[in-house]
Structure formats: C-alpha cells, structure tokens
Design a protein around this ligand. Sequence first.
Ligand code: ATP
Ligand code: MG
Length: 501
Amino acid sequence: MVQVKVLVVEDEVIVARTIASQLNQLGYIVTGTASSGQAAITKASETKPEIVLMDIILKGDMDGIAAANYIRENLDIPVIYLTAYGDDHTLERAKVTQPFGYIVKPFTIKDLQISIEIALLKHQLECDLRENRDQLATLLNSMSDAVIATDDQGIVTFMNPASEVITGWTREEALGSEVSKVFHLVDEVTDSEIENPVTKVLREHQVVYLANFTSLISRDGKRVPIGDSASPLMRRPDQISGVVVVFWDISERRQTEFLQEALEKEQEVNNLKSLFISTVSHEFRNPLTVIQTAVELIDIQGNNLTEAKRKTYVKRIQSAVQSMKHLMEDVLFMGRAEAGKLVCNPAPINLAIFCRELVEEFSVVENNLHPIVFTCHTSSTDAYMDERILHYMLVNLLSNAVKYSPSGGMVEFDLNSDVIEGVAIFQIRDHGIGIPEADQNQLFESFYRASNVRSIQGTGLGLVIVKRCVDAHQGQITFTSQVDVGTTFTVRLPLHNLPTD
Ligand code: ATP
Ligand code: MG
C-alpha cells in the first residue's frame, strides 16, 4: 500500500511530536512539522504532502486559517484543522477556506485516522469531479456544434465558442439573457417567427427537433440555416432544471444538396433526351420500312402489278405517311412545350360548337369505326381559350379512348360548365381495356405505357402533351380507370384564360 504523506503544523513542539508519532503509528509518513504559517507554506511547497494537519493559533503573524487558505488555493493540498477552538467565529472563518475536516482537541488516535481517511477520499472525489468538468469543458469548447444551455426559465447559463460564432453573441453578453434573444429562429419559407425549441422543451419535457428550413437570425441580422435538437436537463425524473440546445450551421450542406439536386436533374434531362431520340428514331423506322417495302414491291412487280395490289400498297404507304406525320407533330409539339414555348393565346370560343365539330372531324379520320357520343349539358358554353391547344388536348384524349377500346366500342364525350366557379369540364369515357392500378401513377411521364397495351401501337407521348395543354390553361386533369371496365378522363379548365408569354 502506498503510504500517505502528512505535514503537521502545530506551534507546541511537544504536541507536534505526539501527533507525528501517532501518525507514524497509523502508518502515515510525516513529511515535517511547522510551527508558523509561513513555515507551513514553505514546507508544504517543498515536501508536497498529501494532507496538512493545521492548528489555528500559530507563531508569527500568519495564523492557521490564512496559511490553510494559501495552501488550498495555491498548492491544492487538502487541510484538516486541528484546534482547541470550536467557537462559532473561528468556525465561520475556517469554513471560508473549505477545509476537509475539523478536529477539536483533545482527540483520540482513531478520530485522527478517520478524519484523514475521509479527507483523502473527499479530495480524491473532488479531483475526479474537477477532471470530469475540465474534460467536459474542453469537449464543449472544441466541438464544432454550437451548444447553449438555459435554466428552467429559459435564461442562458452556458454558451460554447461555436455558438458564439453562429449567433454573433459573446458569452458574456448572452449569459443571463432570454434564450429567444440569442437563439432567434424564423421559418425560411414563410419568414415568420417560430416557437423557440427551449420554450417547447420546458413545456413538454421532451426532446424537440427543428423542422426543415429553419434559419437563425444572428445578432447582426444574418440568416443562417440551421439544424438542431433541444433536450431537457432533468434534476429528477419529474423536475426539469433547464434545457440544452445543440445546433449547427447547415449552409454548406444545403448548398451541396442544391448542387446535387441540380446535377441529378441535369442527368435526368440528359437521360430523357437520349431516350427521346432513340424512341423517336425507332418510331420513324417502322413506317419508313413499310414505305420502303411497298415501293420495292411496286418496283419489282412493274407491269404485272394488279390494280388490287397497287391499291393495297398505296394504302400501306398512305397510312405509314400518316403515322409519321402524326409522330412528327407530336415531337414538334413536345419540343415547343419542353422549351417553355407553349404559349396560351386565348380567344373567344363557343365550346359546344367547337367540340361537336371536333368529334365530326375525328370520326371521319377514324372511319366512323367507333361511335363517339357528344353531349353538352350546359347552355353557357362561351369561353376564352386557346383553340389550337384545346384541339390537341381533346384529340389525344379521344384517340386514346378509341385506341384502347374494342372495335365498335362506344366513347362518351361530355361537356359541362360551372359558371360560378368559372370552369369548363370535359369528360371522355370509354368502356375499353382500362389501366392497371400499378401503372396509374406514371401515365403522365414521357414514353410511359401501361403493361396491358404492349400489342397496341403508341409512343407514350399523348398524355404528356395533354398535360402540357392542361397546364398551359392552368387547369387540372384527373382520371379513374378499371381494367376491362373502362376509363374516364376529366379535364377542368378555367372558362376565361389570360394569355401567357
Ligand atoms: P401516343 O403517344 O401515340 O399517344 P400512347 O397512347 O401509348 O402513345 P399516351 O397517350 O401518353 O401514350 O398514354 C399513355 C398510356 O396510358 C397508354 O400507353 C395506355 O397504357 C394508357 N392509357 C391512356 N389512355 C387510356 C385509355 N383511355 N384506356 C386505357 N389506357 C389508356
Ligand atoms: Mg395516346
């Protein structure tokens, strides 16, 4: 066992010797004895004892209390008073020096041992506590996250250097202030002040996290986007003693995220462009092959070509040219819409007349294979819309209804208007193959086609175009569909549109 070193300060030489011999008996090492305060300080500095036994009345000007004060403050050695004086005044003076024990003479050897052991233990605990506190302080001071602590009234009691940098408040200025002054938060989107997380923690006794897009307004008015968490400091399970807020500047992270998002968007656009080019060229190749084959057949058969065959080949060529023309128009339209050039040029239009003519024209093109029943449910059909865009939108919806219905299947086209809300409602209903639920979310994406239409020709651009047309009119499009029952598309457009440019 390591022997403990003790310094004995006692002005009576005989008493000093007795104490020293008792200490030796107890197994301690006596590093020396001193009879004056000054001598006690010198011996304590030289021999570095682990504990000092200090009489209060000493020789010379300096008494034991003054000497103990010096030793405790400058040498960090615990002191036990050993004195014949137990009066209140002496006790009060002694208390100021934070002694580790106070033994009133006469005392037994056991009293001495117990006091020394308890003092040593207390001193060790104090050292451990100080070390922990120092470690914690170093940690808080060197961490890059900002930390602010408050008491149970939301008054700032602690700030680390990182929080001084972010808030612009110095520790001295902030301590004792209301936390919402120092930690002032606003919602980045609405610019309105948000409830301080400290207030919330004090009310709810639970950890609180900041919502996204929260900014701190620093002392000089700068906005700093931050992330944070605020936790209660609990004295007992049911008693809150304060709040600790940990927060950090996320400006850089936000910038990286924006950059990453922009890069991903660009990548997506590039991918889409490549897909667009490959799909479009593929779609052009089919009708071109048809034309080429028909022309070659006409050429090979020359004079042997019968009238019936000639008619078949010409028909094939015509239909291939038609589908190329259709595709070409779609691509041009998409190009204009993607370039943001889909300008809405509204003009007065009578919707009932317009829709009826459109259905007639459409039926001729479709060779009347599908009956399209147009019904106008309203008397007020005057509107202010872009006829060209409206035409494109309705033709695409009608051609889908026809294309995805069995031959001869009826298509209903209803026109309605809500004058109070100022909207026209177009509804196109078919009784065709329907759209599987799994595909319904992606229908408005370029080139997307549902899983049940593989054998039916199409590019997957029609609905994208429809959506662009609806957007150009600032309207809405919705649909309901059930496989093998049918599909209904509903478009709501404002009756009176303003030109866009
Ligand atoms: P195109 O570009 O030639 O119009 P498409 O008809 O395949 O080709 P869209 O009009 O964009 O492309 O339609 C996308 C998909 O939505 C279709 O492939 C089809 O799966 C589904 N769809 C659209 N309308 C209907 C409908 N009325 N009934 C069933 N499925 C439909
Ligand atoms: Mg289509």
